[in-house]
Each structure stands twice: as structure tokens, then as C-alpha cells.
Design a protein around this ligand. Structure first.
Ligand code: AG3
Length: 284
């Protein structure tokens, strides 16, 4: 933080965003990262790690709905879901809304993020840590996916940017582990940065994932606090049909799931796989 009143993001060089710190709720170094949680008049509670905004109360629904309902509803029969990262608990909250999901494993490297977010960012997890379907593992995600004998239908990588502890979640070793931990017909999705400013990230993920999966692409959403335009989510599976579901199928799955969404719609799900030409050019 630059001073007591204003917090500046340090992710991009040369320009960026700031927040007024209207009430500092928590700030300390966990075992792995510099964690800060504060109140901001415009965005509610804000959580940042190592100088980068991870989530805010005001716009988190866009990110978390898109990273859960898109793969789960596209899959159509996801019973076992693995979340990598996600220590603030909102990804868990959204996955847990699917009554058809029987088991959720969440692997977070930083116990401090889990603990302090439950105290200072409680609306994110909204009680989901008490869900009996949850197995919470404090471990490195690469380690977990390479060693586990368990298999999952959907894997969600709710990672930070590839700096600090989150860097390993952008490696071939991690993608190979995710491939082996997926059931046949499974889907892997991952936070992949804002592609206008972090295009190399998308290009690299695409190249690495293509070694392990037959169908690799991205879908996107604009999330205001992930400053700089659309955020891309990596999408990897062995079944290209999962990326092009028909509207009627999604609508009936969505209705059956009974989800209270504020961003996700089946129409938007289908449209989110359309990518801007500059990204398609970079990927080809
Ligand atoms: N993790 C993704 C934060 C990425 C921010 N990156 C950026 N602005 N390029 C969010 C964790 C929420 N559960």
C-alpha cells in the first residue's frame, strides 16, 4: 500500500488501478503471501495478495459464476469437482449450489487465506466450508494433482496471476496432473488473466494445455476489478462438443439446477466462447 488511505495495484507496469482504503480490516504476511483485506466505498470488501486484487464483494459474482456454472452445466453430469486455490471460498460456494455435485475437493496452498477470508470476507464463502460434501486440503496444487488417485469430472483452477506461489499453476507439470486427475469426458478451466494486457499468458497456456487435451480454447467475461478489459478463462477437454452445447440443453440443465444467478445465463454461456480477433491471431 502506498499510504494509509490509498491502495495501488502493482500488477501492470506503467499504469493501473487504485482503491481508497476506507477501513483496513486485515493486513499481514501469511506463510506464503502478503494478504490485505479492506473496505472500499465503491466495491465493498476488497482482498489483495502480493499487491494484486484477487476479489471484491461487488463484482465477484461474475468471476465465480462463470468459472463454475459454465464447466458444470456444459459437462451435464458432474458429480466430483476439484477446486485448486480459491481460498476466499466463493468458488466453493458456487460449486456447492449444484445439488447434483456429490463431492468437492478444494486444494489451497495458503491456510492463512482460508482463515482470514472466513473472518473478514464472510460473504464470499457464505457458510460453504460447512458443506458435508467438502474435503479441504492445504497443499500445493501441482503436488496434489500429480499424486492423487481420485478422479474428478470438473477441475477449476482459481489461481492468482503467474507470479509468486501461483506460478506453478501455469506449468506443464500442473496441466499434466490435471489431465490424469480428470475422468474421461472431464473439463478443466483456469483463470487466465486479462488478455489485452497479459496476452502471453493465454498464448503460453494454450500451447502447454494442447499437449494434454484434444480441445483447448478460452471463454471470457469482463470483470471490472480485473482491470484492462475481458478476462479469459482457459478451457480444456478431450471432447470438442462440450464447448458448443446447444441452447435448449443448457436451458434445461440450468432450470433443473435452480441456480440463483446474477450474471450467468445460458445465452451468455454460449456467447462467452466467442473471442476477439486479436486473441485468435495470437493463438494461431
Ligand atoms: N483470482 C484471480 C485474480 C486474478 C487477477 N488478475 C488480474 N487482474 N489480471 C481470484 C480469486 C477469486 N476467488
Amino acid at each position: 500500500m502506498a499510504d494509509k488511505e490509498t491502495w495501488h495495484e502493482t500488477l501492470h507496469s506503467g499504469f493501473g488501478q487504485y482503491f481508497s482504503v476506507d477501513n483496513l480490516l486485515y493486513r499481514d504476511k501469511t506463510a506464503h503471501q502478503d494478504l490485505v483485506i479492506f473496505e472500499n466505498a465503491a466495491f465493498g470488501r476488497v482482498m489483495a495478495l502480493d499487491g494484486v486484487v484477487q476479489t471484491t464483494e461487488r463484482d465477484e459474482f461474475i468471476y465465480h459464476e462463470m468459472m463454475t456454472h459454465v464447466p458444470i452445466l456444459a459437462h451435464g453430469n458432474a458429480r466430483r469437482v476439484l477446486i485448486i486455490g480459491g481460498g476466499d471460498g466463493a468458488m466453493l460456494r458456487e460449486v456447492a449450489r449444484h445439488q447434483s455435485v456429490e463431492h468437492i475437493t478444494m486444494v489451497e496452498i495458503d491456510a492463512g487465506v482460508v482463515n482470514f477470508c472466513q473472518t473478514y470476507l464472510p460473504n464470499h464463502s457464505a457458510g460453504a466450508y460447512d458443506d458435508p460434501r467438502l474435503q479441504l486440503v492445504i497443499d500445493d496444487g501441482v503436488n496434489f494433482v500429480s499424486q492423487t488417485q481420485e478422479r474428478f469430472d470438473v477441475i477449476i483452477s482459481d489461481c492468482t496471476d503467474p507470479i509468486g506461489p501461483g506460478e506453478s499453476l501455469f506449468t506443464s507439470a500442473f496441466y499434466a496432473g490435471c489431465k490424469q486427475a480428470l475422468n474421461p469426458g472431464g473439463v478443466f478451466v483456469a483463470q487466465n488473466g486479462v488478455c489485452f494486457l497479459q496476452q502471453d499468458e493465454a498464448v503460453n497456456s494454450h500451447r502447454k494445455l494442447s499437449h494434454y487435451f484434444a480441445d483447448v480454447s478460452f471463454y471470457q467475461a469482463a470483470i471490472p476489478t480485473y482491470y484492462g478489459g475481458i478476462m479469459t478463462f482457459a478451457w480444456a477437454s478431450d471432447n470438442p462438443a462440450l464447448r458448443q452445447p446447444d441452447l435448449a440443453t443448457l436451458q434445461s440443465r440450468f432450470a433443473a439446477a435452480g441456480l440463483p444467478c446474477r450474471y450467468y445465463t445460458p445465452q451468455l454461456h454460449i456467447g462467452s466462447f466467442a473471442l476477439p480477433q486479436y486473441l485468435l491471431n495470437a493463438l494461431s
